[in-house]
Design a protein. Sequence first.
Length: 683
Amino acid sequence: MRFFNLYHQGLVRAAVCVPPVRIAHPAANAEATLALAQRADDEGALIALFPELGLTAYTNDDLFHQQPLLDAALAALEQVVAASASLRPLLAVGLPLRIDGRLFNCAVAVHAGRVLGVTPKSYLPSYREFYEKRQFAAADALISTETELLGQQVPVGTDLLFEASNLPGLTLHMELCEDLWAPIPPSTYAALAGATVLLNLSASNITIGKAEYRNDLCAAQSGKCIAAYLYSAAGPGESTTDLAWDGHAVIFEQDRLLAQSERFAPAEQLISADIDLERIQQERLRTTSFNDSAQRYREQLRPMRRVRFAPELPGGDLGLRRAVARFPQIPAASGARDERCFEAYNIQVQGLAQRLRATGIERLIIGVSGGLDSTQALLVAARTMDRLGLPRTNIFAYTMPGFATSSETHANALALMQALGTNASELDIRPSCRQMLADLAHPFAEGEPVYDVTFENVQAGERTSHLFRLANHHHGLVLGTGDLSEIALGWSTYGVGDQMSHYNVNASVPKTLIQYLIRWVIASRQFDTSTNQTLQAILDTEISPELVPADAAEAGGLQSTEAKIGPYELQDFNSYWITRYGLRPSKVAFLAWHAWHDKRQGEWPDDLPPERRNQYDLAEIKHWLDVFLLRFFQFSQFKRSCMPNGPKVGSGGSLSPRGDWRAPSDAEATIWLQELRENVPDR
């Protein structure tokens, strides 16, 4: 089925190979290379990267000037080219080649029985343990732009881009080892010219700490170039006369490590990962500094030559060889997650503190429901007062029970306000709501159990109206509580409702992250045991607006938000990929299926409660994505167009019209819904 095929979804599988080498034995090295090339083909890869000078071994030193070795290297290349006729992947292999009367350390791109091009090494290290200038010439010594190789004329130079004609976004560039260590690697210009997958054929001996530095270089280059970066170092078999080798192979995408080899392995290795070409293209599309750099260096980019090739795309479901995080803004590792929570918490506190300083206001007005959002906002308010040296009694916290407020949330709200030392009060909104409903001649005022949107919004509006008037009365600032998830889905009452406030610290924090922020507060023991018990009770409570009495809610019982607009964990996933990267809905569904369709252990943050380790089949994913698209693109932009101020917290972005998201309030969701419905099967 096309939907499950990674190539149909704009990805490409790439392999990095570390074969064992035999010094000065190119025929044996060609056999080892082809064995791994066949494995890469069997696994559905279209790219197979090999180490620098892998057909001869790197540690030949002055043997590179021996005619028999150079002849044998050519014969080995011919063997690889002939065998490639029956292989899908483009093979990037290394060997010494004589061009223009000089000897160059070269990367050769081979595909489907022909040589596509030759790239010599630009920067030859001749310091400390390296003496490459003794054997080789650097790329800038080239005179020719083409060379005859194995009976055909092939392009040669550092300006070669290898572009797949049948896989949009797949454009490759090759460089060699030390090229990456240079201040401006050749791959930088290649990326600005359109290369999305950067290949580095390396040997790179190992010393203590060097592997970490190599990873840092690869991560930085892939991040700055908004590209994938593949790196293969020499492995077993290289001479250990004075050096050692660890066979380090990595695949990075936009500074994220996708795959890494076992270092110091005694035998051959192949690692592979699926690179998201569409994500790279989308990120480049919106990163103005990347495109400005391309314009600034356009004279250097114009000579880039494109070599077209048409790989055979594997069909069927090949699986997916990349981790898709269920919670894109929440690291799985506890240490990284704690750091993320620390940053998010302090961004919120810093934003609110500055707003109070700027306005000269020293009091906050907040409605506390006993739910997640108001709890997080209240915690931020308490820390803000501490930071400003103000008493927490400057927080005027109100719980405002309505017609459907449960005893559990009411008790939690009271306990939390008191535990934090706020100026806590209870304000029953039911009398004013009854008066409003009577003024509207609503049936509920006559005793009829009509619980429509008017009934719901009267309560939400009365709460906010009271808070703003209380702010006038106490000379305070109304602190908003609505989170990014609700803003994306339009799950708020517009105008004089919970959509509005003077400042909203939760505006760019998704619901799933708020849950982890509260868990972090508990785990870091910032409050006493009793307060932590209240926080845990809030986490354990079903998410509900509590606007419809329980005996009249859906199917009887508590009114469930997630039953209406979808599971927040899934909708936060959808929101991240659609707003952050602008992906096709079918691609988002593909990623969601791989993230959520089973219960693989180790895929979640390690302290996620078992009851949250949910799974969703494709039909559920499609249904809730359909709901998201309609609500996000068509029904709720007018609310986002007049959002109150609030700090941007995460890389997932903000939906503020002054921040990451600007859109017309009159747009239609038709094209997004059509793309989803036509390209995603029901199961």
